[in-house]
Design a protein around this ligand. Structure first.
Ligand code: NAD
Length: 471
């Protein structure tokens, strides 16, 4: 059941939002006072965080429905359950993750102890994006708190219902001085970025990623940038087309294609183009019905700006709209669309699509597909559908991307033992599970020297006489 957050909290939040300097100062004071100094204190906050998510699961799903028409089943599975899983994982591993790690010593350190201490960074900033407005925002916060940092949380203003809900709930559940939510768009974020943080974790587009990195450079603040790009899907001649089509359609059209690791375009090497399109059309109908607009399971475009962008791309393509292509401005609906006969320099190939439009480019050989990908920026994810190990090995070894998934889409995100992040233009740094904890942790080297051995250390001290050098 959803709790009813009070108006006064809302007012407090908006008052504080006007003054980023005092928000950061307060969080620095509480950090210095040891608000998250011990594992027990961090666990208490993480347990409260879990209660916040679980007790308000329906309210979160409702907010995401309003923001994105996100089906409640997807909100629960892809956002809420994922987040709860991350919190529980973190809670059960926290003692082990925070423990000092002993390192190998050699004869010179035989009497010493050498270990790595896990030290929190201080006050960190987490900036979320709108497409997975709960998980992308709050999962880094879990790791930041687990590592002992106090946090400024900046939700995306575009998913405004979710943003308001997070702003209302966080102060109700977390202790004062652990985390503060600052709502707002570019203006508020610009002000926030002037402050000195000890780490900035940003999820969003590469253009804003550069703004974040520039601002961080001013204070020599390290950044994690979870960005986007054009994720290719290669379908080779050995792929099982029926299964490929279902997995592809699911991974492309979930959240109306507004997924950072969605398929952006298909490089089709399979000779049976007709069968491929038939299976794709069947999967779309099976998942979303004959009229996807009436399906409760098909999302909407988040804003008029993004809707207009997608419609402009569709009218600029010189490819053939083979499936879909229909839209409705009043509800920001763009139907599941497949465009074939797309050329390399088509409008659809110039920028990340981030919507339910799937261009298909027909190629002959795997070498062509690999060099097509290598000519472009390194993607966040690369997918290959193949039943030939040699082809899979060639793709994984000769291309660079944040991740590779074979014979499916997106699923690497659900395995928190795999680090999640980009490379090159698709981002820097990584997170999920222990990797999130590590992102917000300084690994401090400690060498605790014994006072012994002084006599045999004589040769390291000047003057460097002949006899010492000969020793
Ligand atoms: P967005 O518009 O929500 O922006 C992201 C954040 O940047 C928001 O909090 C926003 O307030 C802030 N912001 C926007 N303009 C700013 C400015 N001028 N100065 C400072 N801050 C500003 O989200 P978006 O960028 O539209 O998200 C889509 C992009 O994010 C896509 O490129 C997608 O691939 C990428 N993405 C990446 C991941 C990932 O995990 N790698 C996940 C989701 C989305």
């Amino acid at each position: 059941t959803s709790s009813a957050p009070s108006e006064s909290l809302n007012n407090d939040v908006s008052k504080m939002a006007n003054d980023p300097a005092s928000i950061v100062k307060k969080l620095r004071d509480t950090f210095d006072d040891g608000v998250l100094e011990t594992v027990e204190k961090r666990k208490k906050e993480l347990q409260a965080f879990e209660r916040m998510v679980v007790e308000n699961a329906d309210a979160f799903a409702d907010a995401m429905w309003k923001d994105l028409h996100k089906p409640p089943a997807e909100s629960h599975a892809h956002e809420i359950d994922f987040l709860v899983g991350e919190i529980q994982q973190t809670l059960s591993n926290l003692k082990c993750w925070t423990a000092p790690t002993k390192v190998t010593r050699y004869v010179l350190q035989a009497l010493d102890s050498a270990y790595i201490l896990k030290e929190p960074l201080g006050v960190v900033l987490v900036i979320g994006a709108w497409n997975f407005p709960v998980r992308l925002l709050l999962s880094p916060v879990v790791g930041a708190i687990a590592a002992g940092n106090t946090v400024v949380i900046k939700p995306s203003e575009i998913s405004s219902h979710t943003s308001h809900l997070v702003a209302l709930l966080v102060p109700e559940y977390l202790s004062e001085g652990v985390a503060t939510v600052v709502e707002g768009g570019p203006a508020e974020t610009t002000e926030l970025l002037k402050q000195r943080f000890d780490h900035i974790f940003y999820t969003g587009n590469p253009a804003v990623g550069k703004i974040v990195m520039r601002a961080a450079a001013e204070h020599l603040t390290p950044v994690t940038l979870e960005l986007g790009g054009k994720n290719p899907v290669i379908i080779d001649e050995t792929a099982d087309l029926a299964t490929t089509a279902r997995r592809l359609v699911w991974g492309k059209f979930t959240n109306a294609g507004q997924v950072c690791v969605a398929c952006d375009y298909v490089l089709n090497l399979h000779p049976d183009k007709e069968a491929f399109m038939k299976y794709v059309a069947e999967a779309i109908t099976e998942f979303y019905g004959i009229v996807p607009k009436d399906s409760p399971d098909f999302g909407r475009i988040v804003s008029k700006r993004h809707f207009d962008r997608l419609i402009a791309l569709l009218s600029a393509t010189s490819g053939t709209v083979a499936i879909g292509g229909n839209s409705d401005e009043s509800t920001l609906f763009v139907g599941p669309t497949v465009v074939t006969k797309v050329s390399e320099d088509d409008a659809l190939m110039k920028e990340e699509l981030f919507g339910p439009i799937m261009p298909v480019i027909d190629l002959e050989t795997l070498d062509q597909a690999i060099s097509f990908i290598r000519k472009r920026e390194k993607p966040l994810a690369l997918y290959v559908f193949s039943n030939k190990t040699k082809n899979v090995d060639l793709v994984t070894s000769r291309t660079s991307s944040g991740a590779v998934v074979v014979n499916d889409l997106i699923m690497h995100m659900s395995l928190e033992t795999l680090p999640f992040g980009g490379v090159g233009q698709s981002g820097m740094g990584k997170y999920h599970g222990k990797y999130t904890f590590d992102t917000f942790t300084h690994e401090k080297s400690v060498l605790n020297r014994s006072s012994g051995f002084e006599k045999i250390l004589f040769m390291r001290y000047p003057p460097y006489t002949e006899s010492k050098l000969a020793w």
